[in-house]
Design a protein around this ligand. Structure first.
Ligand SMILES: [Zn+2]
Length: 93
């Protein structure tokens, strides 16, 4: 599918030559299979079979792990910035 697509109140611009992964239940386009799998599990949980549910759960857990790692990195960066400014303040004063 390509061109402009509408799903509910959302509108999607899909380039003509873009490869998309389309939801089998609502035809919404996704850039990656991982995003389509997360959408199917979150928006159509009553329609999916056991294999799709297992794939969704694995993808969901991987996503949570990635988010947790991202949060730790951001926290470490904020601590680094905070102490950098603190040391600069101590040196200047
Ligand atoms: Zn869908």
């Amino acid at each position: 599918m390509s061109g402009t697509q509408r799903h509910g109140s959302s509108r999607y611009e899909v380039p003509e030559d873009a490869a998309t992964h389309t939801c089998p239940y609502c035809d919404r386009p996704f850039r990656t299979e991982r995003l389509r799998r997360l959408h199917v599990g979150l928006d159509h949980p009553e329609l999916i079979d056991d294999d799709e549910r297992d794939a969704f759960q694995d993808t969901y857990l991987d996503e949570n792990e990635e988010i947790g790692l991202f949060r730790l990195k951001v926290l470490a960066l904020l601590v680094l910035i905070y102490f950098s400014f603190l040391f600069v303040y101590l040196v200047v004063n």
